[in-house]
Design a protein around this ligand. Structure first.
Ligand SMILES: [Mg+2]
Length: 410
């Protein structure tokens, strides 16, 4: 045996040694697990695996144990376990076999499904797609029932990329959200989350809030539409819209800051991520006059945006410094990741606009948040419910964990 090999584990069954799968089902009450293993302990069996789940007060407990030595001992064990189960009004099933669980196949991923509601039809369609791609569903559990129903499938035997593509198509057809994230330690490693601001972290478009104060909403909207038609690029449209704000009193900045409405779930998302040790940043094609305030209020680690130039107490209609555009957002994601010491593969980016696409594609996980179809189709995954905290479920964080983090919040 080479030095790098693990020594044989005492008590681990050989591939062919006889094992027993003991399944208990019935009304849950305290002491069932202790009772079953106390009953088994009379036969000196070893535990190989245990899985237990309680759903609406019913317990399913599966124990895989070594078969007891000696001729008739297995028969005695069976009779004793059945008698114990009956006395507790539980059903027991004992299946003889050999060895441990089959090792999970390569190609492992976490498939998170969000529905509001999550219908049986959608669940069937997702499961069928996984099966069609050669995947096996090894485990399923609920992450959350609020504000959406979120369940996670642990899948093996299917490559994450084709699974992601197939399930994205299915999700769009079904009106649910599905995220596929490859399994691995990176899912637990410290990460950086970078968000767009307008229509992502907040419900507003900041330029429109300024425009309302300047009385030029219609002109700003015209420029925005021209940009959407592809007649102007982002930088041109930014300069054209900011020019319309020239002469506006700088005191409007405070009014706009007060008008900004956070997206539902934004605080929960950020607070939970911070408590988990994530670093959180924002990048915006909007303005530092607003993002600096958000950074302070929300305790963000990074923030970058365009800066409206102010002279003699008035907006000049110009921006100063480097323009944050589509390429700029991706560049800032890389810069924040380098500063945070987080590899790009462990970053998450969230955004809604075409402007966010480079950033979403550069990140380890790009989440299109209530985005336009062109963005939704190009991103790794999409969330189409208006709650920012649902992104936590894509990272495998359960609602219970979110709520526990808040109960202990100061
Ligand atoms: Mg946006």
């Amino acid at each position: 045996m080479s030095a790098s090999q693990n020594p044989p584990v005492a008590g681990a069954p050989g591939e062919n040694s006889p094992t027993l799968l003991v399944k208990i089902f019935g009304k849950d009450r305290p002491g069932i697990t202790a009772g079953l293993f106390d009953t088994l302990s009379a036969y000196s069996v070893d535990v190989i695996d245990i899985e237990q789940v309680v759903t609406r007060g019913r317990i399913v407990l599966c124990a895989l144990v070594t078969a007891p030595a000696g001729g008739d001992t297995e028969g005695e064990l069976r009779a004793t376990v059945h008698a114990w189960a009956e006395s507790h009004k539980l059903q027991a099933e004992i299946i003889s076999g050999r060895g441990d669980n089959r090792p999970r196949a390569a190609g492992r991923s976490h498939v998170t499904v969000l529905g509001q509601p999550l219908t049986a039809e959608s669940t069937s369609a997702v499961a069928a797609r996984i099966t069609a791609l050669g995947g096996n569903i090894d485990r399923i559990f609920r992450l959350a029932k609020y504000p959406v129903t979120a369940v996670e499938f642990e899948v093996s035997g299917a490559e994450p990329e084709p699974l992601r593509t197939a399930l994205a198509t299915e999700a769009a057809a079904l009106g649910i959200d599905v995220a596929v994230v490859a399994s691995g330690l990176h899912r637990r490693a410290q990460r950086l989350v970078v968000m767009d601001v307008d229509s992502t972290l907040i419900q507003d478009e900041v330029i429109e809030l300024f425009a309302a104060h300047a009385g030029c909403e219609d002109q700003v909207a015209e420029v925005t539409e021209a940009a959407m038609r592809g007649e102007l690029d982002f930088e041109q449209s930014l300069h054209a819209r900011v020019a319309l704000l020239a002469g506006l009193d700088a005191s409007v900045v405070d009014k706009v800051r007060a008008e900004v409405r956070l997206t539902p779930g934004a605080r929960t998302l950020i607070r939970t991520l911070k408590r988990l040790g994530y670093q959180v940043g924002v990048v915006s094609g909007g303005f530092t006059q607003v993002t600096d305030d958000l950074q302070e209020r929300l305790g963000l680690d990074f923030a970058s945006a365009n800066t409206l130039e102010v002279a003699e107490g008035k907006l000049t209609g110009r921006v100063v410094g480097e323009v944050v555009d589509r390429a700029g957002k991706a560049r800032l994601l890389r810069r924040f990741a380098a500063e945070a010491g987080v590899p790009l593969a462990q970053t998450v980016a969230i955004g809604d606009g075409a402007n966010d696409l480079d950033m979403l594609n550069a990140a380890g996980l790009g989440v299109a948040f209530n985005a336009k179809p062109v963005v939704r189709e190009a991103a790794h995954t999409a969330v189409n419910v208006p709650f920012l905290d649902t992104v936590l479920y894509l990272l495998g964080i359960t609602r219970e964990e979110v709520e526990a983090a808040h109960t202990h919040a100061d």
